[in-house]
Design a protein around this ligand. Structure first.
Ligand code: ATP
Ligand code: MG
Length: 404
């Protein structure tokens, strides 16, 4: 049995999309596959049309079994999704696992223990993780012998890149066993220059730690999950399906090699090299943005990478006003639409200029939670400098702001 955890603390980088479609593609090739959802948001069930209201027990009940009177076995919670493809769904109770097990022995090994005892009949166990680092992710890490880190290569990835790479630091601290770690480029849009630059930089930096297969941005993948299907069912002729089949073949081909290479290179060395590469990648990526004008370069030259981003771009609350600042070097017009202006971008243009590339607006917003998107030359998009997002009904993500 091979156990692969899909980890990245950055939200929305494609973890669930990777885990569901990769599981489905492994299953179509005859591999008995179990997908374990360790994210309390239970997106795997949603994306695979498992009716949430009918899930009586979930992975939480199995994990807590070791510490309680009531025993629930893995086989009692599993849903069959397709031939060779089972899902162990999660539930909101999973969010309570960490406080409930605080102070308990070996609480980071609950999942490992369950899988060792009860998942022997599967060829592959894939684990979806929440976008945070805590007990749930540590459990996935302990159980896994391989980790895939999906990294967005799109335009909006840049700001979150350093955050995504912090995952490596966490891995470094947490890994006690031999573990094989690979970075997977996702949501790649070949038409944008920046995406091409980010990808080529990633290849340079990560080299052998990167999958050669890339997951392209493909709207069919988005549609598939909103229809509750894996891509193999929704559109087997799509580019998304091609990418995931290629990824699954690469993983299957490595079965032999995996046996041989495990243990050859120490995990610490692997991670050392990867996090060095990640630091360089973040610098390069910031330079791609920072290079825009001499003025900005000078202003930025003394700050650290994270400070550079923090100083300039994002959402800030100051003296009752909320200031939105974004960098769009080539834009002719930037507007903002949100629930504070009836989602009408015409009402709130940002001021800036295309040479500077810096766009700003301030507005008085009362206490509360607001959703918004930027409209850049007519194209709606999430705020690349705000990590807090949520899905919207159009299959995209709104940026979210909490005024406190
Ligand atoms: N390759 C892709 N092409 C097009 N859309 C994609 C692709 N990968 C992911 N998406 C879309 O991006 C959004 C976020 O993806 P997903 O839910 O897989 O991310 P995640 O890392 O699991 O998020 P979270 O951290 O919140 O769990 C979803 O709407 C998904 O449909
Ligand atoms: Mg997810």
């Amino acid at each position: 049995m091979r156990c692969i955890a899909i980890i990245n603390q950055k939200g929305g980088c494609g973890k669930t999309t990777v885990v569901t479609n990769l599981s489905a593609c492994l299953a179509t090739q005859g591999k008995r596959t179990l997908l374990v959802d360790m994210d309390p948001q239970s997106h795997c069930a949603v994306g695979l049309a498992v009716p949430e209201e009918q899930i009586e027990r979930n992975i939480y009940d199995v994990l807590i079994s070791a510490y309680s009177e009531t025993k629930t076995e893995l086989k009692n919670i599993v849903w069959q999704i397709a031939q060779n493809f089972d899902l162990a769904p999660s539930g909101i109770e999973l969010a309570a696992l960490e406080p409930q097990l605080s102070g308990q022995d070996r609480r980071e090994e609950c999942l490992k223990y369950v899988l060792e005892q009860e998942a022997g009949g599967y060829d592959y166990v894939l684990i979806d993780c929440p976008p945070s680092v805590g007990l749930l992710t540590f459990n996935a890490l302990r159980a896994a012998d391989e980790v895939i880190i999906p990294v967005e290569t799109g335009y909006f990835a840049l700001h979150g890149l350093s955050r995504q790479m912090e995952t490596l630091e966490v891995l470094k601290k947490q890994c006690q066993q031999e573990i094989d770690i690979r970075v997977l480029a996702t949501m790649y849009d070949v038409r944008t220059k920046l995406a091409r630059e980010v990808l080529s930089e990633m290849k340079k930096q990560f080299g052998q730690f990167m999958f050669k297969t890339i997951i392209n941005f493909n709207t069919k993948l988005k549609e598939a999950s909103s229809f509750g299907q894996a891509i193999s069912e929704y559109d087997p002729g799509s580019k998304g399906m091609r990418d995931f089949m290629a990824l699954s073949r690469t993983i299957i081909e490595a079965e032999q090699e995996h046996q041989v290479t495990m243990g050859v290179e120490s995990v610490e060395m692997q991670l050392e090299q990867m996090s060095r590469s990640a630091d360089e990648l973040v610098c390069e990526a910031s330079a791609m943005v920072g290079e825009k004008t001499a003025f900005q370069q000078e202003k930025m030259s003394k700050a650290t990478v994270q400070e550079k981003i923090d100083i300039f771009y994002g959402v800030r609350q100051r003296q009752g006003m909320v200031e939105f600042v974004a960098l769009y070097p080539k834009a002719k017009q930037v507007q903002i639409a949100g629930d504070f202006n009836g989602w009408d971008p015409q009402k709130t243009p940002l001021s800036g200029d295309s040479e500077m590339g810096e766009w700003k607006v301030s507005m008085p917003l009362g206490l509360g939670r607001y959703k918004y998107r930027y409209v850049v030359d007519g194209r709606w998009q999430q705020d690349p400098y705000n990590e807090v997002t949520e899905d919207n009904p159009f299959g995209e993500r709104n940026s979210v702001l909490e005024v406190k």
